[in-house]
Every structure is written in structure tokens, then in C-alpha cells.
Design a protein around this ligand. Sequence first.
Ligand SMILES: Cc1cc2nc3c(=O)[nH]c(=O)nc-3n(C[C@H](O)[C@H](O)[C@H](O)COP(=O)(O)OP(=O)(O)OC[C@H]3O[C@@H](n4cnc5c(N)ncnc54)[C@H](O)[C@@H]3O)c2cc1C
Length: 297
Amino acid sequence: MPYDIAIVGGGPAGLSAAVNARARNKSVLVVSNDYRESPLYRAKQVDNYLGMPGQSGAALLDAYYRHAEETGATFRGGRVLNIMALDGTCYLGIGSEMEEARAVILCTGVSQGKKFPGEAEFLGRGVSYCATCDGMLYRDRPVAVVGLAPDAPEEANFLQGLGCQVTYVSGKRPEALDPAIPWVRAGRLEITGEAAVTALRVNGEDIPADCVFLLRHAVPPTDLLPGLALEGGYVAVDREMKTNLPGVFAAGDCTGLPLQLSKAVGEGLIAGQRAAEYVDQLCDSEVINSITCEKGE
Ligand SMILES: Cc1cc2nc3c(=O)[nH]c(=O)nc-3n(C[C@H](O)[C@H](O)[C@H](O)COP(=O)(O)OP(=O)(O)OC[C@H]3O[C@@H](n4cnc5c(N)ncnc54)[C@H](O)[C@@H]3O)c2cc1C
């Protein structure tokens, strides 16, 4: 049975959307990296949040998370790597697993960092964002892991365990990395090859690799959902937080300026309520009659 609403990202926008969709008695799944990875967690003091000046970002996020949890939202750790919307159901790829929902709310914040040279060109031909999905394809072969997320060392260890010959590339030597895996300090990175990837170039030196795993915190929204419209580099939404794709809503920093907490929380509320309405309409419509549709829980 699909969830009514899946929320991608557990920052202020996602947690606000979860609380407000639960208030409409919808089943809600929040898929996110640890909520402490929201940039807000690093804010020592937030002075412009109405009625609550002087709180730390960490205290606010802890409170938001507790609130969303108490409403009965389901939480699942992990990174959503792709979403497919088809006939009233949205399929979310999380590593090698899948979740289903009637509607999706993107609350992914702003994705930092540009693509590396060669990344777009070789995607699917030796560039991967998911060790657990693609690792088996590279058993007994050289691979490079570019560690840009906190859980990247564990994923590199997983690849090594599968039998891949892993080289790990990152800004700092990670503590959790298997000592058998060679570590290379990241510099200027480029992915090279011909028909498929043959190497990761680091500061002009080639590390032979049949696959380069780029393990980041977040995936740009347009990579998550092909066909998603942007405006000025942010997800384009109307006043109801609807995107151009049916059943797909967005809220918070990913929809644009100002990149501020109150806007994220407010947009999360609208997206949660509108997504709940969308699910009600879907369940009343003929489109969905062929699919089991229970309202609420
Ligand atoms: C140091 C600092 C201080 C700040 N101070 C203030 C302030 O004083 N006042 C103010 O109003 N604002 C402040 N901000 C801005 C505020 O933090 C943001 O506006 C707010 O966090 C945006 O919330 P959000 O939910 O849209 O995104 P985020 O908080 O970025 O949350 C997005 C979450 O989604 C996760 N995620 C992304 N993609 C995926 C995926 N594919 N799968 C799973 N999870 C995913 C991310 O890891 C993250 O946890 C500050 C920001 C920083 C960095």
C-alpha cells in the first residue's frame, strides 16, 4: 500500500509539511539524510524566527523533529536518488530499494556544488550516485569513490567488501574508512574515458577506474525528477507549491529566495495541505479507482 505523501528532505520545510499533512490524516513518509545535516543545525543563533529569538538552529530542529515524530509521520534514513511519477503513483528510489506514494513533496534544500567535468557525460556509463545499486557491476574491478557525504566511507567499505578495488578520494582522510582502502586527497577532479569511464583525474593524475561513485548529500532536483521545471535555478512552483508535474510539490530553500527558515516552514505548511487535498481528489477520481485507495489511516 503506497503512502499518501512522501516527503524528500527532513529539514524545516519537510518537517513542517509532515506535521501539516498528518493534521489532514494522511499517511506520511519522510525520507531524509539525518535531519542534523540541515544547514540550520550549524546556526548558532537564529534571531528572526517570530516569537522565539535567540534559539540555536540545533534546538529548533530537534523540536521540529520531535513534533513531526509525535504526529505519527514515518521516518526513513537515506538519500532519494530518483523519482518516477506514473499513473497516480510516485516511485522513490532509495539506494537499491523503492517506496511508493500518491504525492511527493520535494524539500531538499539547496544542493551545493557543481557537477564535475565528465559527470553528466558519463552518467550511467561509469558514473554512479549509488554504491548499493551499482556496486555488484564492478566486482573485481577498479573503482573510485568521491566522498562528499558523511556516510561515504561506509559505502566505500561496502564496495571493498563486494570485491571492488576501491580508491577513496576526499578533502580529509576519513576515520571510518577501511585501512586497506587507499586514500587520495581531493583536488581538481575530472572524470575521463571514451565509450565508458576509464579514470578519475585528480589534479592532473589519473586513478584508473571503471566506475566513479559520486557520493553526495543531495541530488539536484532535476536529476531526481527529469522534466521538473526550474526558474532561476530553483524548482518552479505556484502559490500552492505545485510544480509542473502532477502530484509533485516543493517547499523551502529548493524553491528559491529568500533562503530563510520562516519561508521554509510556511511553504512546508502549504505544500503539506495542498498535497493532502491532491490525494483526496485523486482518490475520488476515476483514475485511481483501479488502485486500492484508503483515505488516512
Ligand atoms: C549557518 C547558517 C545559519 C542560518 N541562519 C539562519 C537564520 O538565522 N535565520 C533564518 O531564517 N535562516 C537561517 N539559515 C537558513 C536556513 O537554515 C534555511 O533557510 C532552512 O534550513 C531551509 O530549510 P529546508 O527544509 O528548505 O532545507 P534544508 O534545511 O537544507 O533541509 C533539507 C534536508 O534534505 C536533505 N536532503 C536533500 N536531498 C535529499 C535527498 N535526495 N534524499 C534525502 N534527503 C535529502 C538534506 O540533507 C537536508 O537534511 C541559516 C543557514 C545556515 C547555513
